[in-house]
Design a binder for this molecule. Sequence first.
Ligand code: NAD
Ligand code: IPM
Ligand code: MN
Length: 351
Amino acid sequence: TRTIKLAVIPGDGIGPEVIEQANLVLDAVLAGGDVALERTEFALGAERFLATGDTLPEDEQQQIAEHDAILFGAVGGVPGDPRLKHANIERGLLLKLRFDFEHYANVRPCTLFPGVESALRDPGAVDFLMVREGTEGPYAGNGGTLRPGTPNEVATEVSVNSAFGVERVVRYAFEAAQARPRKKLTWVHKTNVLVFAGSMWQRIVQTVAAEYPEIAVDYMHVDAATIHMVQDPARFDVIVTDNLFGDILTDVAGAIGGGIGLAASGNINPDGTFPSMFEPVHGSAPDIAGQQKADPTAAILSAALLLDHLGLGAEGDRVRDAVRADLATRGSAPRPTATVGAAVIAAIPAR
Ligand code: NAD
Ligand code: IPM
Ligand code: MN
């Protein structure tokens, strides 16, 4: 029996509700096999911060680092809560984990499953993979403010792009494209305005592309990419882009793929130096928290990505098959979170 050490961070709001279902699905898909999960739960997030003042204590981060993978729900309090300092939890917990554990490939698949209604009228066969840089860009925290709070305030938020950081995510994206049948890679930036980072991204994409002659590479400015994504999302195969562009485009992709309740993600450390972290794209959704209204499918599909990452792709496929079966028949009436989880479990195919 192989034992996998899984760190679980349910977080705030709907996080614990959707993670409960993802955990039940993991147990069901692994039942009767030779893989055992050993879970440790970490109570982190806005709720913990408000109760104790802790964001991510060093010793807990150390403990998390000793696991094989992380399953993360969502964190964040009610927007505008004056007790939460601006971006305290998002930066001090979620981004700190992504940065310190070098989750440089933030992978967010967008697949429109049969029976699912896209936000688009006629989306076509949508099946693309967004590879979002996860550790730098405008998220790096390189900024500051002069004369804060005055009419003469000047605030900066500098986008940090290292050749090392860009090359490793670009390589990851080429490898991902190589493993897919269509062998297409679109890189997205804003080279017509962001000339320094843009020309470095361009040089690196060109250099790496030379090693992958089978891959058809094209480029789009990020503004045009939103047009193409909305008008003809089926044209995309793999997309690679920087941290902020990727954040925005993956919410668009979420709507195209049938809604944010279905959008899964993996924060991957491909080198295996640190545990990778799997989480739904959505946040803590305070507007529906505690009411069993959240769709756990995004969390369940994130758990499937976790299985893939651990070399359990056949089990990941069984979870996706079960989700596909549930989505094909679920209809449009809202269902409680636990009902969706149970329906997915009931649809898991035999080994
Ligand atoms: P959100 O994703 O939490 O919610 C946006 C909208 O989508 C809401 O109307 C919500 O009800 C709906 N929604 C989200 N997930 C859903 C699901 N599974 N099923 C059905 N509906 C769902 O984004 P927000 O409102 O901008 O942010 C709320 C908090 O979450 C903020 O504090 C934000 O910083 C945080 N956040 C955290 C993460 C994360 O932990 N990874 C991601 C995004 C936002
Ligand atoms: C996401 C979220 C996060 C991000 C926030 C909560 C820090 O929006 O995972 O997409 O911007 O990366
Ligand atoms: Mn986002």
